[in-house]
Design a protein around this ligand. Structure first.
Ligand code: ADP
Ligand code: MG
Length: 455
């Protein structure tokens, strides 16, 4: 048989399949975070694309990202500079990043899917609007209205969206409005518990940005960033190291910091509500975005080789790893940004150090059980230190606790002798009225000294 071509089999995806598939494995919350990631990338671009390390001096206080959620619509507006028409034509709306289009330097968008996936997940009537200035030209604006049902139905093969004229927004930036919400989005956005949980996620996952002044507003209320802190003293000193790692030829700057965030609990019984454990565990940030928070699972390493499973006894520990890379694609990011790519070399290298640090803490919590009072007294003297203020140190310092002597097991002796003989021996020992117990002990000591000798 030769390989002569007969015909070709059509393998292009259908739009329906595509829309369903890309929205399936991501939560609504994480989709919304993808939109915020884009605004942050734009803000970072506008302010000179610097890495988001612990020592970063970047000031984001002029940037505001505002989200409005209701049962009818989802609206996000930013003043982070906007997207250019050229970008919208060539790149922003394409599904997946085209070869040759570089990700934002030190950015958090990489796969070229987040904005489209979030919009589809939220609803069926989408408008993306942008106002921007390019070079020293005047302000320009455009919008991209997307009627998802129409787009799905349209017979033409094209996947393109129309770009139309639009009025300028107040400030340069992007606005995304979604109406005709999906039923899942409708229910969630009107649910106060969903909104509250979203606020909590934003405060945590963007804490590094929020603490650099970024304004993030949900339904009119500003989110303040979670302050990650350690508890430190002369005896409790967190570890802080940094090094350059490599991922397929790309350099990644790695910072690791870990130690006691709070004293461990007195009781090691599982905490039913798990409330008190919420803060503890490992945090992983990629270019400043926290993708794994307070992790106590195998993703950070608990329960893997040479690393015990998380147990309440270890509560109080906090560790943070920050990966910063010029090329976002080199980071150990998953597409949903809700976990870490476990096959990443740079992550595997970091895990070894994470395990060693965790072990020190585990040992401390074991020793602590034997000297609880001394430990608690030392722990109570530790004061809060913000992560940025932790000094470089190769390993964690934990106090030496007083060693407890092992308790010797006693041998109890009981025997019967005639009273007459007992009294005679008591008399020989100096006092006929000595208690029998005393006679027994003294005669043991006497014989022991004679036969075994001094210790
Ligand atoms: N708020 C925004 N401000 C400026 N540009 C944006 C904004 N949102 C999206 N974009 C542009 O659209 C592109 C596509 O976004 P997205 O689908 O999330 O993929 P990715 O972030 O991986 O590139 C971004 O790379 C960016 O150029
Ligand atoms: Mg994105």
């Amino acid at each position: 048989m030769n390989n002569q071509k007969l015909d070709s089999a059509n393998a292009s995806p259908t739009k329906e399949f595509f829309v369903n598939m890309i929205t399936k494995d991501i939560s609504l919350e994480d989709s919304i975070l993808d939109l915020i990631d884009n605004s942050i990338d734009a803000a970072k671009h506008s302010s000179g694309s610097q890495p988001m390390t612990l020592g970063s001096q970047i000031d984001l206080s002029q940037y505001t990202i505002s989200i409005k959620l209701s049962s009818n619509s989802f609206i996000i507006v930013d003043n982070c500079g906007g997207m250019t028409l050229d970008n919208a034509i060539k790149h922003a709306f394409s599904f997946g990043r085209k070869p040759g289009i570089e990700p934002e330097q030190y950015g958090i968008g990489v796969y070229g899917i987040g904005m489209k996936r979030a919009a589809f997940k939220l609803g069926r009537d989408i408008t993306v609007r942008s106002t921007y200035v390019e070079g020293n030209r005047i302000r320009q604006s455009f919008k991209v209205p997307i009627d998802v049902e129409e787009w799905l139905k349209s017979k033409i093969q094209s996947w393109d969206f129309d770009i139309v004229e639009a009025e300028d927004m107040e400030e340069n930036g992007v606005e995304i409005q979604v109406r005709n919400l999906t039923s899942a989005a409708k229910n969630a956005l009107a649910n106060p518990a969903f909104v509250q949980n979203l606020r909590r996620m934003l405060a945590r996952d963007y804490s590094l940005y929020l603490n650099k002044g970024l304004n993030l507003i949900v339904n009119g209320e500003r989110i303040s960033g979670l302050h990650l802190e350690f508890a430190g003293s002369e005896e409790f000193v967190p570890m802080r190291i940094s090094y350059n790692g490599l991922q397929n030829g790309d350099e990644i700057f790695v910072e690791m910091i870990g130690g006691m965030a709070a004293p461990p609990p007195d009781s090691t019984e599982p905490d039913e509500k798990q409330n008190s454990d919420k803060r503890f565990g490992w945090y992983i940030a990629c270019n400043g975005r926290i993708v794994l928070a307070a992790d106590k699972t195998e993703v950070s390493g608990w329960g893997t080789t040479n690393w015990p499973q998380w147990h309440r006894q270890y509560a109080g520990f906090m560790g943070i790893v920050l990966f910063s890379a010029y090329n976002t694609a080199a980071l150990p990011l998953t597409t949903t940004k809700r976990s870490v790519d476990l096959t990443s070399d740079v992550y595997k290298t970091a895990q070894v150090k994470m395990r060693d640090l965790t072990k020190e803490w585990i040992n401390y919590t074991n020793e602590r059980k034997q000297a609880l009072d001394a430990a608690k007294e030392k722990e109570a003297r530790a004061k809060a230190i913000p992560i940025q203020q932790v000094e470089n140190r190769e390993s964690i310092a934990l106090p030496k606790l007083p060693a407890v002597k092992p308790v010797e097991r006693p041998a109890n002796v009981q025997y019967s002798v005639p009273v007459k003989r007992m009294k005679r021996l008591a008399g020989e020992l100096g006092n006929i009225n000595l208690p029998y117990r005393e006679v027994g002990l003294r005669s043991f000591e006497y014989t022991y000294e004679d036969l075994v000798g001094e210790e």
